[in-house]
Design a protein around this ligand. Structure first.
Ligand SMILES: [Zn+2]
Length: 81
């Protein structure tokens, strides 16, 4: 691997953890789980569920770990898959 900026081979791969707030559930979630789970939840925990919806946090915090390459020569950072 080489630095795209200075062509140096002094590269260090770092694991970076990002914390993201997920505001919406994915489409797949609603297709496969969401609809029946929501109905079931409303039936079984109707009042509790209502309280959660009214007073609970709507955002979900998700941490994502990704790799970042750092050039030791010029300091350039870029994402690695
Ligand atoms: Zn570089």
């Amino acid at each position: 691997m080489r630095c795209p900026k200075c062509r140096s081979e002094h590269i260090i791969i770092q694991a970076v953890t990002e914390v993201k707030e997920k505001r919406r559930k994915g489409l797949a979630y609603w297709i496969f789980i969401g609809w029946w789970w929501e109905i079931l939840a409303w039936i079984l925990f109707g009042i509790w569920k209502l309280l959660v919806v009214l007073f609970g946090k709507k955002t979900k915090v998700v941490s994502i770990t990704r790799s970042v390459a750092v050039c030791q020569n010029c300091g350039t950072r870029w994402n690695v898959r």
